[in-house]
Design a protein around this ligand. Structure first.
Ligand code: KIV
Length: 280
């Protein structure tokens, strides 16, 4: 049965850790879902890992919608959350609702929005009132990279931790069902997590969050241009992909592919006719 946003909050109350991973295609979503991942995020990190852009600010709404449709077809049980891309919710409340609605129609069950300024709080209220569950995102917020100026750890002292807690509590009051905390010291995320009713999902935020999320290309070892300190690499898919492509090229070049078993054949009589014809 499909995990709902409400169920994710229940996990926190029951002390059950929430598992989340990003996915961008049908097959990955299918196997993450089978493995029992609670939340599959169609993250705008696909800008870098699937589309080769240099920043998440470059991915468009239309691109995000295609990936969301693919993931939604693969995930039968997990809660599918779609990341609303840069400038798809900032311009007006009306645009935020209209664009979030497109993600729900594409098959997601919730959307994620970065930040907590007054416009964003208002947008979250409208989305939730219109039946669209929202996941918040605080700490390092990649869509603000051009104003932040780099990949920095947030909440690095007690004052900044209080500020993030205040933001998180505003998001909670606006109606989010969970909050991603990105690149936050573990003592700070523990302090914040203990003071919220909705679960925190950490990425580079230590073990005290209610759940964890990672970019799937990082845990699979597929994207090699940047691997953050907080990502645990369980495989080296990039080496597997390289070795498979190399072995295939060798087989083709040496005439070892395709074999007879990998080919279609005529029956002997018909083959003989072609042989005779060639000899005429
Ligand atoms: O886009 C993404 O993958 C994300 C995660 C890092 C939480 O927002």
């Amino acid at each position: 049965m499909r995990i709902t946003a409400k169920k994710i909050i229940e996990h926190k109350n029951q002390g059950k850790k929430i598992t989340a991973l990003t996915a961008y295609d049908y097959s990955s979503a299918k196997y993450f879902d089978k493995a029992g991942v609670d939340i599959i995020l169609v993250g705008d990190s696909l800008a870098q890992v699937a589309l080769g852009y240099s920043s998440t600010t470059q991915v468009t709404l239309d691109e995000m919608l295609i990936f969301t449709q693919a993931v939604a077809r693969g995930a039968k049980n997990a809660l599918v959350v779609a990341d609303m891309p840069f400038m798809s919710y900032q311009i007006s409340i009306e645009e935020a609702v209209k664009n979030a609605g497109k993600f729900i129609q594409a098959g997601a069950q919730a959307v994620k929005i970065e930040g907590s300024n007054t416009h964003i709080l208002e947008a979250i209220k409208h989305l939730t009132q219109n039946g669209i569950p929202v996941m918040g995102h605080l700490g390092f917020t990649p869509q603000y990279i051009n104003t932040i100026g780099g990949h920095f750890v947030s909440a690095k002292d007690s004052q900044k931790t209080f500020e993030i807690l205040n933001m998180a509590q505003s998001l909670e009051r606006a109606g989010v069902f969970s909050i991603v905390l990105e690149m936050v010291p573990q003592e700070s995320s523990k302090f914040i997590t203990q003071r919220l009713n909705v679960p925190t999902i950490g990425i580079g935020a230590g073990k005290y969050c209610d759940g964890q999320i990672l970019v799937s290309d990082d845990i699979l070892g597929k994207y090699d241009e940047f691997c953050p300190k907080f990502a645990r690499q369980y495989s080296s898919l990039k080496d597997i992909i390289f070795n498979v492509a190399r072995a295939y090229c060798n087989d083709v070049e040496n005439g070892n592919f395709p074999s007879i078993a990998e080919s279609f054949t005529l029956d002997t009589n018909e083959a003989q006719k072609l042989e005779n014809y060639s000899q005429d």
